[in-house]
Design a protein around this ligand. Sequence first.
Ligand code: ZN
Length: 510
Amino acid sequence: MIDLFGGHPETNPLDDTDDVQLLDTTLRDGEQAPGVSLTPDEKARIARSADRAGIAVIEAGSACTGKGERETIRGVTSLDLSARVTSFCRGLERDIDLALECNVDGINLVVPASDQHVTEKVGTTREANRRSTVDLVEYATDHGLWVEVIGEDGSRADLDYLEALMGAALDAGADRVCYADTVGHATPDRTLACVRRLAALGPTSTHTHDDLGLAVTNALVSVAAGADLVHGTVNGIGERAGNVALEEVAIALSHGYDVETMDLTMTHNLAQLVANKTGIPLPPNKAVVGENAFTHESGIHTDGTLKDESMYEPYPPETVGRQRRLALGKHAGHAGVAAALAEHGVDVTDEQLDEIVGRVKRVGDRGKRVTDADLLTIAEEVRGTERDRHIEVLDLTAVSGVHPPTASVRLSVGDDTRESAATGSGPVDAAMNATVEALSHEANPALESYHVDAITGGTDALVTVEVEMSSNDETVTVTASDSDITAASVSAMVDATDRLIDGSAVVADD
Ligand SMILES: [Zn+2]
């Protein structure tokens, strides 16, 4: 049986915990995720955001990687952040010298801890490894660095040796040691045993990976065992299955144990920034930051949520800088549809609502998500009101195969005709740019997301483009289908803009 907290589940195991901080290694361990490479500017932006969110330590990279990486780290240290900025260093004096060249505040010194790493990887012995660790710590502290010693593969190390190695590092002047579950191998009870032994020696950090899906659990267990600095990455990006996701640790500590580690309201912005810059999209069902984390579709859930917002939510979305969304689909109920219509300022009678709910469910039954535009179109039909379009596409030409790809559009906007041409990375991008340009006098809506689905196979497939656009406080999602992806994209964008200009998306009764 797993007995994590001495058999007292009724007590808060973190009651005595007053100060837990986070170390963000998105720029080092996160960047080691397959296919990720961040530019110096991108690293600086992420570091600035993490700093604003109150994250205590930012590991900016590995100074030993090369000249470019060192310039990037220097870019971060020159930002004058409140956070402590560190570099990863292998157990080599040369690595410490290179970190010093980057003006970092401290280093994360990684030394082997498991026999596999001590003998097979580094080719040394336990005793020689312990002695060299002591020398390196003394060298680094002599140069004024804050030093955290990470025992690599600590979760698979002999626990007595790990304790001796980390104890020697602390005796030599290291500021703290770190329990590292480098390959994400440990169970919570193993984590508890390791961290308890290390935390008895001195300040201890924890570094967990998600190979068993236990990264957050192990991070929390580490804190319960006495660790007070949790390593992790934004969105949990990292090698293999990734590191622990910082935002998940932060909300779990706050929600479950009243331990605050960062400004939670910034988690959503930080997540989107990292997703954009790394090109690793957020899975819709991801905790805290996923698209669906605060979206209710099922009729029963929507109805309950409208009666009491906390009915089907552990904490309000605003806690993490987000908003609740009611989505419509085959589970849609009267309450949810009425709420969605009210959001767009559309009044309907009870009979009209019955009819609209029925139609929404029929669209949902075909496996389609019901977008705002779908709902409003249905409502328009049921109410017998036809919307007067303000903007319409008259003509569209896009040319690819030339450099750069170009497109021109002609739109009717009210009584005027607007024409514009633009270039882009491809014909769709060029056409979207031309459309934005043509509409720039009219409105400046922001494109929040753009998504394409091919409905059938083959090169003549019908594609559906879904765009989400916002202006001021209003957001509208519109889809358009066409076998020509450029035409579908422009049509969706124009339709969304048209509805945003309308103010409510449906023409007022007049
Ligand atoms: Zn790692």
